[in-house]
Design a protein around this ligand. Structure first.
Ligand code: ZN
Length: 165
């Protein structure tokens, strides 16, 4: 291993040199904080909550404890409309761990008029190949949540989002 990176070495060579076999398979619990707990409790009741900034009035879904612009603590909880707009997405055609069977779509979704996006799955789109997909799903596509029949206060209580008919 070189002491310092040599700029004449191509990226492929560096990658080959530093490649190391790795495997993660972890079960663990994470302290998600009070705001997220409240958000997930509402999800179990098929409600989507956001928090508002007292300074600028921005709404954050999922809730943020501090406004990303003003750096003041958010206080007011609001139940938001169950409507989203796709800001960007990725279609995945490869299998990864316990993620869904490919192909599947993950998207950054702006829920109601939130100032930040929520990451989630989009489904219920029939398409044959990329060309048809980009015709049916693009920045600005309106989506709605599809709720699981049995919910347990988890992000998967929304199984996915689908385009609004
Ligand atoms: Zn603010």
């Amino acid at each position: 291993m070189p002491d310092e990176l040599d700029p004449s070495v191509q990226t492929d060579e560096v990658n080959a040199e530093f490649k190391y076999p790795f495997h993660w398979d972890l079960d663990f619990s994470l302290n998600i904080g009070e705001d997220n707990r409240k958000f997930f409790e509402a999800i179990e009741d098929k409600k989507i909550l956001g928090k508002k900034c007292p300074e600028c009035g921005a709404t954050f879904v999922p809730p943020q404890e501090v406004c990303v612009e003003c750096y003041v603590e958010t206080e007011e909880w609001v139940e938001v409309e169950q409507h989203g707009v796709v800001e960007s997405y990725t279609a995945c055609f490869f299998e990864f761990g316990d993620l869904p069977e490919p192909p599947y779509i993950t998207a950054a979704i702006r829920v109601a008029d939130s100032d930040i996006c929520m990451l989630h799955f989009i489904d219920d789109i029939e398409y044959e190949g990329h060309d048809e997909l980009v015709e049916k799903l693009h920045k600005g596509t309106e989506v709605e949540p599809v709720w699981a029949d049995e919910r347990e206060g988890h992000i998967k209580d929304i199984t996915h989002w689908r385009p609004v008919e």
